[in-house]
Ligand binder design. Structure first.
Ligand code: E4P
Length: 221
């Protein structure tokens, strides 16, 4: 399973890339605002230089024509980007056109397996079901991942599933088991995934035992 970082903060991306676990990045207008990054071209270029996989950049237009125009601008940067297109009728039209032009798309704001199916049929490279936002309103976000994975498998779709809107490490684990190809995780969740209290206790105990042994042999330092 691939892991993308769900952020536009370059410092977070640099840190996580150094851990050797990051395959790509997803951004959206909210994440760019949180990072204080209004120059989308510049920050995307910077992020693309850091990660091997695609960097998702979202369109702001609401008509197919506007989305296609923005996507073509992003494609002209000649970077490894996937254009994030909202799951609407206009979005589907844009995805159909862009897939014919060979421009990678990531259909975002997916909240049902039917939406994912339609996006895949239109030619989406990726679909992003929002697990956390569904859980927030007491729906089963992971069921969308499970159903979408089953449908894609049954009918041989090559569209990849990005489990998005991840709130905690259990979402990543469950999304992996449910068949998501990728999870896009906030940096805070990635840090939680590294930690286990028994690891910390284990390190403390190894060091304490070693200290005790060496002090017994050579006396306290
Ligand atoms: C990723 O592609 C989405 O934009 C992101 O995961 C949304 O997460 P949120 O629900 O925490 O805003």
């Amino acid at each position: 399973m691939r892991i993308f970082l769900d952020t536009a903060k370059v410092a977070e991306i640099k840190e996580a890339v150094a851990w050797g676990v990051i395959d790509g990045v997803t951004t959206n207008p909210t994440l760019l605002a949180r990072a204080g990054q209004a120059d989308v071209a510049a920050v995307t270029r910077e992020i693309c230089a850091l990660v091997p996989g695609p960097v998702s950049v979202e369109v702001l237009g609401t008509t197919a024509a506007e989305m296609i125009r923005e996507a073509r601008t992003y494609a002209a940067w000649k970077l490894n980007t996937a254009v994030k297109i909202p799951m609407t009728v206009e979005g589907l039209k844009a995805v159909k056109e862009l897939s014919q032009e060979g421009i990678k798309t990531n259909v975002t704001l997916i909240f049902s397996a039917n939406q994912a199916l339609l996006a895949a049929k239109a030619g989406a490279t990726f679909v992003s079901p929002f697990v956390g936002r569904l859980d927030d309103i007491s729906h089963d976000g992971l069921a969308v991942i499970r159903d979408t994975a089953e449908i894609f498998r049954l009918y041989g779709f090559t569209t990849e599933i990005i489990a998005a809107s991840i709130r905690h490490p259990l979402h990543v684990l469950a999304a992996a088991k449910a068949g998501a190809h990728i999870a896009t995780v906030p940096f805070a969740v990635l840090k939680q995934m590294v930690k286990h209290p028994l690891t910390d206790i284990g390190i403390e105990r190894f060091l304490a035992d070693w200290r005790a042994l060496t002090e017994k042999q050579t006396g306290p330092a």
